[in-house]
Design a protein around this ligand. Sequence first.
Ligand SMILES: [Zn+2]
Length: 293
Amino acid sequence: MTTTRIDNCPICKGSHLIHKLSYTDSISGKTFEILQCSDCGLHITQYAPILADMGAFYPDSDSECYKPAKTPERKWLHRLHEWWYKKQVKIVKEESQRMSGVLLEMGSEQGHFSQAMRGNGWIAHGVEYDATAREYGNKRFQQQVEDGSRLFDINPRSYNVVVAWDTLGKSFNINRTMEKLSQLIVSDGTLVIAFHSAVSDDAQYYGSNWSAWDAPRKRWHLTPQAFEKLIEPYNLVITNRSHSTYRSFITNVMSELSSQQKPNIWLSMWRALKRNSRTQDNYTYYIYTLKRK
Ligand SMILES: [Zn+2]
């Protein structure tokens, strides 16, 4: 396996990268070091595999996520995610102030959100690096999901809305990807970029059990400070910054489940609910709406 060693932060170019924690990937069983840039706050997966070697780090077609939910845990996670797709549709309509349009999802995974948008009268499609997820989406939803690298072949100003639901951190070159995303929207288009904040209270609380680290698939773990620095060169303006307590609830449930020896969905949901109900300063899941200047 060929991996990438990071010595400088791609956002601020600083070299003060310090060890934050070790995260064990549940798919491959391999452990990855998460570094923190002490200058801009970006967190980085050290020694993440190169693109050609990423296949082993995605679930294969025999994995539970591609089978009908049978256990109570899987059934509830499925329900929670179904509700989340509906919320995402609502967010996109509100942020773009459009009832329909042409949308691209960067990192569309199995195609659930794109499909929800299509069901609401939009023309929506995605790009995705994970071949198994692409095939699943294409077969189940009759989509035509393109390989993730095709993002860079799309002509500028092609979409009313471009969304990246916590997938900007999965890009191999975060600066090149951000620049491309900024070019893909039409002049009055909307860019919706969401991410789990690596400095959130939940990230601190769950530590190595926080499911949103998702390494090595996620190579860059954003924070509001790092993201706002990242977008500086790209002629964009932030028109809204919100957060989703619902999405943070799902992440907390998944973090609870992964930290229990015998996963219990009721205990996990109860604990996640308790965490969600506390006051906090550093939210878990930020949603940025961006437009061209
Ligand atoms: Zn930095």
